[in-house]
Every structure is written in structure tokens, then in C-alpha cells.
Design a protein around this ligand. Sequence first.
Ligand SMILES: Cc1ncc(COP(=O)(O)O)c(C=O)c1O
Length: 420
Amino acid sequence: MSTQRPVYFVDLQRQYEELKDEIGAAVGRVFSSAGFILGAEVEAFEREFAEYCGVKHCVGVGSGLDALTFILRGLGLKPGDEVILPGNTFIATALAVTHAGGTPVLVDHDPKTYTMDAACFAAAINARTRAVVPVHLYGRAAEMGRINAIASEHGIAVVEDAAQAHGAVYNGRRCGSLGFAAAFSFYPGKNLGGAGDGGAVVTDSDSLAAWLRQARNYGSTVKYHHEMVGYNSRLDAIQAAVLRVKLRRLDRWNALRRQAAERYCSELTELPIGLPVDVSGESHVHHVFPIRCGRRDDVAKHLQSCGVQTGVHYPIPIHQQPAYRRKCRVPGRMPFTESIATQLLSLPMHPHLTRDDIDRVVQALRTFPGDLAPVGRVSATCQGEVCTTASAPLSETVLLRPAAARPDNGPRAAGTASRH
Ligand SMILES: Cc1ncc(COP(=O)(O)O)c(C=O)c1O
């Protein structure tokens, strides 16, 4: 039995070693001030993160799921309103739509980037479509140029799910500044992660930001005065203090992730596996490093036996989850969504991976006793005409009410895509 330290999928202990003194001082500052809820530390983080993303406002909330849900609630969705998202994202993207009162509409992924296929998005739009949620999956910005152009042509709000893309850049602008509003998660394993749950909404919309500041705090900005029926979902001061320390490291850590990705690519290029493309540019922050292979579960077991941890993102597409039976619509075929669910395997990826760690991962893959090649080829699935037919072989289609009028009872600026 090997006594070597495993190659961890995410290594928050090494991260802590790097930050120990600064984290201790930051957390100590919160205890000394006894200001645990909202207050100066949260305000400072909100200012710094808004500036980092290149937007006017950041509002800290309890989680990434809450951040997305708040934005979609802010749009004032009515039953029957549809929100389009990629088919194999983390469940929270779909949950947010459901919690906000809408119906998730799932479309296929682009085989090259693994983000939402813009042609499938365009083909899924109908009179009930209110918003699109491009997910910057695995740390790569979705194809925002095309997505924004299509959305603006149809008057649809663009809500970025940036939970995996802190610091990723698209055409010179950071993720978070590319749509009407964006949701971030600060779950500890994220590129910018706290010491517990946390999230934030970033936006240029003054009205959405003002509404959120009330909504997250029992519907109140003045103690015991409640202007609306609100929630308790606030980023807490300890999270904010920790995040401020880590935000100063984020660009360097993302650059280290890119270096690790480049090394994986150059070392693994001779193996018959699918590798992420264009790994070096600033647009990718490699939250996850997925390879595409056959016999995925056997490969994972083999790597585990070599002391290498892996992950799967994600094994079951949303439309095949029991929770979404009769609660989503799938307007087109989903071949790539379904194939990545069985073929993608995420290798260890974090800024503290050493050269030796990467060599061990590479060596473990090279010694897999079998064929690594993914079975079958999937080409681009949705050139428009495929998705226009409403066939959904693997899912049930929800019964939708006729398109309702759209009274805007959300924050004034939040309901219309024309403002962004
Ligand atoms: C793409 C995506 N969206 C939303 C979320 C939800 O974030 P949280 O876990 O902070 O609720 C996550 C978290 O993993 C995510 O990966």
C-alpha cells in the first residue's frame, strides 16, 4: 500500500498553509469588532469584488443558488415563463429557475467548449422565453457575443451563472460584467471560495441592487421597517473577510491553474482522450479540468488506486434527474449533453498542484490497462433546424400555460433586457 500523499482533487489544506497568517488576522478583525452580519467587512468586499468584475454593484448573499434565484425573482417570472440553460450544468442553475417560478428549458452543449450551444439557445426561444442563463462551465466563458446578440434581438434577459468562473475574461471583460446580472458562488472549492457557503450578485443595475439589498435582509434596509416580504440570505462578515484575503490572490491562482492545464495538455496529448481546447488564454480559469474518455468509471477507479482523486461534472443531466420529471422542457435532441455525462472525468485541478502531482496523474492515466478512447463521435448537434422540433425522447415536457401578460412587479430595471 502506497504511503504517498494522495493527489487531491482540490487541496484546501495547501491553500490554507499559504494564507494562514492573513486569514487569522482577517477573522480576528471580525471577532474583535463583533460585527458578524453585514457591516464594514461585507461592504468592503462588495466594493472590491464589484471593481474586480468591472460592474457598479456587488450584493453578497447566502449562496450561489440564492444569488441566481434572487436575480431571476427580480425579473418577476410568472408561471409558464421559460428560462433557457445548458442541459448538464450543476443542479442549482435549474433550481434557481424553479424557485423563481419559471420553467427551465434545457439545450445542448457545444462539443468544443462544453458551454451552452448558442444555436440551440436560439432555436429554443419562443413567446414564453424571459431569460437565458449561460453557465461559464468549468471556468470557461460561454459564447457571450452570440448569446447576447440573440438575446437582445428577442428582448430576453441574460443572467450569467458565473459560479465557476471568478476572473475569467471574455473579449477583454470579466465574467460577471457580460449580461444584465451575474451570480457567483463562494463555496469553499471555487476559484474564489470562502470558509463556508456564500454567494454574490454583480450587476450594473441600480434598481436590481437596491431591491436585492432589501430582499436579502428580511425586506428591510432600516431595522424593523419592512418594505417587502424578504428573505434572510446575507453574506456573513467572516466569509467576506476571508474572501478579501483570497481575492488578492485570485489572478495569480488562476494563472497557476492555466499553467497546470497547459502541462496536462502537453503531457496527455498522445493519449486517445479528449482534452479541453484553448487552455492558455485568460478566458479560461480552469475551475475544473475535464478529460473525455471511454470506460470513465473504470478510469476513475484506476486513478483512485494510484492515489489520484477525480470528480465527475456531472453524471446525470438535469432532464434525467427525478426532481425535474415534468418540471422542465427539452425542445431538441441532447446528444452531447448525454454523452458528456458518461464520458467526462475531472482531473485534480487547483493552484497548488505541483509538477510532481501532475506527473503522477499523467503516469496513472498512461498505465490504465485498457482503451481510454471515448466510444462514438458526437459532432455539433444543433444547427438550428434540429432543435426547432419539440422532440424530447428522454424527458417529459411540462404542460405550459398560455403566455401570460408580463406585469413588471420585480424591480423596475430587472424585467427588461433592453437595459443591458
Ligand atoms: C454552475 C453552478 N451554479 C450554481 C452553483 C450554486 O452555488 P452554491 O453552491 O454556492 O449554492 C454552483 C455551485 O457549485 C455551480 O457550480
